[in-house]
Design a protein around this ligand. Structure first.
Ligand code: SF4
Length: 364
């Protein structure tokens, strides 16, 4: 057609995406879109929106070695219940967004997926600091509270700088980037200092708690797991869990969890029940004994206890199986874990959209 410029084209089966300018695409189907012209057959291409590019991407298997396996987690189900479209962007559209050869909308979905925000970041700072303190207890080398706070502040400052400078755009997964910087470059700079002070206050609550004093007295050998990402299988599906702390004393299992924000009781019970199922799967403790569970609500400085007994675990298993069946039922071709955009609608509640990391893709 007289073009002298080299263009990049990506093939998704018979569908072709042609990048005509940075971040602008044409699409055509190699079976259906040929037209006879006086110069011979020409491929008839039409402009493709970013959502059309994503729709194409998520209905074809991954091109790289890393396959997008079907899996389930508490946070995955929670994301779907807030917004099906956000779930689609997070678990399907963003897949392979780390590859420089992926289309720009896929790379953008991956960037947005990895953005954090101030409330979530506070939780991450506190959880990571507690994890470090407990790992040191387990190693028999307790850390001084003041050092823990100092370390957290140094890390927090580095996170803020990495985000403010835009360094996270090169490596969105390991480097912290904030939604606030991405969407509102003029966001109040004092907000980060206030967030750091909030994280310090929550960490101090933990350091000075009776719980931590008690944990400091426990034998290091009783600490079984500290925030390890692990998986097991329910209804033939890989289920991911990350338990804050598990201890064993004789045949009794103790499960601990900490929260920096508000969590509805029903959600908390589902999450803890899932952890209980995982511990039973590992065969830890005496199955005739309930798992002793405690949740530390740091914002309220409140300790809440639960007992995870067999009837409760059976009820959780039923709930998880139902959620797995629902999410699997949305997929296009289950073995390949492919998703069609139209099955994941946007929500009407704009108040949720206002703080959603994907609002750029939705135009909200
Ligand atoms: S902007 Fe709104 S509709 Fe779009 S993904 Fe986010 S929450 Fe869902």
């Amino acid at each position: 057609m007289g073009l002298t410029r080299q263009l990049t084209a990506l093939a998704y089966g018979d569908d072709l995406l042609v990048e005509i300018r940075p971040e602008q695409y044409l699409r055509a189907n190699l079976q259906q879109d040929w037209r006879a012209t006086e110069r011979g057959p020409a491929l008839y291409c039409q402009p493709a929106t970013w959502l059309e590019v994503l729709a194409l991407h998520t209905t074809h298997p991954a091109s790289g070695d890393l396959k997008n396996e079907v899996s389930w987690s508490y946070s995955r189900a929670a994301k779907y219940s807030v917004c099906p479209r956000a779930y689609y962007y997070h678990y399907y559209a963003a897949w392979e967004g780390w590859l420089p050869t992926s289309p720009a909308p896929v790379q953008r979905a991956y960037l947005l997926k990895n953005l954090t925000d101030l409330p979530r970041w506070i939780g991450t700072l506190v959880h990571d600091s507690i994890k470090f303190a407990l790992a040191r207890l387990k190693a028999g080398q307790p850390v001084v509270g003041a050092d823990l706070l100092k370390q957290m502040r140094v890390r927090a400052k580095a996170d803020v700088e990495n985000s403010r400078s835009g360094r996270y755009r090169q490596q969105p997964q390991p480097i912290t980037g904030f939604q606030e910087h991405y969407y509102q470059p003029d966001y109040l700079s004092s907000a980060w200092e206030i967030a750091i002070e909030r994280a310090e206050s929550l960490l101090q609550t933990f350091i000075h708690s009776d719980l931590y004093a008690d944990l400091c007295r426990q034998p290091a050998g009783s600490f079984l797991q500290i925030e390890e990402l692990q998986s097991f299988t329910i209804a033939g599906t890989k289920v991911w869990v990350q338990l804050d702390l598990v201890r064993q004393v004789a045949s009794t299992i103790y499960l601990y969890d900490w929260k920096t924000g508000a969590t509805a009781e029903a959600e908390l019970r589902l999450q803890l029940g899932l952890y209980g199922l995982f511990l039973r799967h590992l065969g830890l403790g005496d199955p005739a004994q309930a798992i002793q569970t405690g949740v530390y609500l740091l914002a309220q400085d409140q300790w809440v206890e639960f007992e995870l007994d067999e009837p409760f675990l059976a009820q959780t298993q039923t709930q998880v199986e139902a959620s797995i069946a629902q999410l699997r039922g949305l997929l296009l071709a289950q073995p390949a874990n492919l998703a069609q955009l139209r099955r994941f609608p946007m929500i009407a509640d704009l108040t949720v959209c206002r703080s959603c990391q994907f609002r750029e893709l939705c135009g909200r």
